[in-house]
Design a protein around this ligand. Structure first.
Ligand SMILES: Cc1cc2nc3c(=O)[nH]c(=O)nc-3n(C[C@H](O)[C@H](O)[C@H](O)COP(=O)(O)OP(=O)(O)OC[C@H]3O[C@@H](n4cnc5c(N)ncnc54)[C@H](O)[C@@H]3O)c2cc1C
Length: 443
């Protein structure tokens, strides 16, 4: 089989970043084909093996929420109608920071829902777009070189799952790789004749263990809870409300403090955090599932944007480009920011011009990563068990400064507003480096 068209984009992967990119490209390209390894479940929220992280807490910070709503107006309303909750942090979220509990200070909001609901809602919004064709159960195995070899990508090789393994080709002008944490893009590039791009890596060896609970019938004083770990006690936990009258509860631990999945150990781990409050909140509640673990949480940024030679017609986005330690809750927001960056660039171009501008687009999406990367790697570097470049004198000074900012943000409304604007990715981390914040953080 060979599919050809004048302006055809292929998006590989139908996770959050692939769906948003497909939507953006469909406003410009004649055809957009979304190739996804998994089967879709009739638009209903459902677990897929290609997105194993969906069983763990997924929050969409206000910056991401605004981006999703700008790209797909009404999507957030749909999510709320389906049971998602907008939580104001910290005033509706009982939050123990590395310093102390946050007081009722200004912060930012996030949307809390299962990752399955988020994805199903986005997919439903673009499902019947006339320019978008869906190829579920198809796995991309390689990039197809252009007529002049590795200087361009002209499509993908793929095979239908469950069939005899026979491969076919889909030709396109643009290939957008959105294959997530397990992406094989580097291998595909090398097979094409390109050098492997440099990858930066910081691994805090953070483990997740999550399970669903039935939410208590009576409303409590808070909507969500977050207990952060510290280098001394690297154990934490999160409770968030999700649709279906449920809580999704994640326990977190670093290095040898990996949270268990066994029933007998789960509540004991919850009781070993820096406070008893999370374990007390779960006591007597009905668990709706066993616990499941997720361990591959390293921060990894593959620097495609630095490549000397970047093929025409290729763009790598989302987790396939940069994966963050998920505890900061930034991956989906960055994916939405990248979709906006692509939309802004291609709005000024004719579709036929887009493939040649791939290097520029790759730089634009990489730029969206910076803030979240600085937060995640800066914080993770505090932990002695973190693998990765150790902070130098400047890095250590920044860490001491950030410790004071967080401590001040616990009670000082000015600092908390500035801190949450950064955490929600509404402002860059540098915005905390002002004389006003510095003076208040010194008190
Ligand atoms: C434990 C955990 C918790 C997280 N919590 C948060 C959070 O609170 N907030 C937040 O914003 N982000 C969070 N994230 C990050 C978030 O899941 C991702 O950043 C976000 O979903 C964007 O991912 P993506 O679309 O790039 O990739 P994914 O969502 O992983 O999707 C990749 C898709 O590509 C498909 N695919 C892969 N290879 C192929 C192939 N060869 N051919 C065809 N299809 C293929 C997969 O089946 C999958 O559907 C968390 C991540 C983890 C691991």
């Amino acid at each position: 089989m060979a599919v050809d068209a004048m302006t055809h984009a292929v998006v590989v992967g139908a996770g959050v970043s692939g769906l948003l990119a497909a939507h953006v490209l469909a406003s410009s390209f004649e055809r957009v084909t979304v190739v996804e390894r998994d089967e879709f479940a009739d638009g209903a929220p459902a677990f897929r093996s290609g997105v194993p992280q969906s069983r763990h807490v997924h929050v969409l910070w206000s910056r991401g929420q605004a981006a999703v709503d700008a790209l797909l107006p009404g999507a957030v309303t749909d999510l709320e109608a389906a049971g998602a909750t907008v939580v104001r942090a910290p005033d509706q979220m009982r939050w123990l920071s590395p310093a102390r509990w946050f007081a009722d200070v200004p912060g930012a909001h996030y949307l809390s829902a299962s990752r399955e609901l988020l994805e199903a809602t986005l997919r439903r919004r673009i499902d019947d777009h006339p320019a978008i064709a869906w190829m579920p159960r198809h796995e991309v195995t390689a990039l197809v070189p252009g007529r002049n070899g590795a200087a361009a990508v002209s499509g993908v090789r793929l095979r239908e799952r469950g069939k005899d393994g026979q491969e076919s080709t889909v030709h396109s002008d643009l290939v957008v790789v959105a294959t997530g944490r397990s992406s094989r893009t580097t291998r595909w590039l090398v097979e094409l004749g390109h050098a492997a791009p440099a990858t930066e890596r910081f691994d805090a060896h953070l483990g997740y263990s999550s399970r669903y609970y039935r939410r208590p019938a009576a409303e409590g004083p808070w909507t969500a809870m977050y207990v952060q770990g510290t280098p001394d006690v690297p154990r934490g936990g999160v409770i968030v409300p999700i649709e279906g009258g449920r809580w999704l509860v994640t326990l977190l631990g670093q290095a040898e403090h990996q949270p268990p999945i066994e029933e007998k150990d789960w509540l004991a781990f919850a009781a070993s955090l820096r406070t008893d409050e999370l374990a007390e909140a779960l006591a007597g509640l009905e668990p709706l599932s066993d616990a499941v673990a997720f361990r591959a949480t390293a921060n990894e940024w593959t620097h495609f944007e630095r490549a000397r030679r970047w093929p025409r017609g290729l763009l790598v986005i989302g987790d396939a480009l940069c994966r963050f330690n998920p505890v900061y809750g930034h991956g989906m927001t960055v994916a939405a920011m990248q979709a906006q960056a692509i939309a802004a660039r291609i709005a000024t171009l004719r579709p036929a011009e887009v493939p040649a501008r791939a290097p520029e687009l790759q730089k634009a999406v990489a730029k969206c990563v910076r803030g979240a990367w600085a937060i995640a790697t800066g914080e993770d570097a505090r932990y002695p068990s973190t693998d990765g470049p150790k902070p130098g004198p400047l890095g250590r000074m920044q860490q001491r400064y950030m410790s004071r900012v967080v401590a001040a943000a616990n009670t000082d409304p000015v600092v908390s507003e500035a801190f949450f604007a950064v955490l929600s990715l509404n402002r860059p981390p540098e915005s905390l480096l002002t004389p006003r914040i510095a003076a208040r953080a010194r008190r």
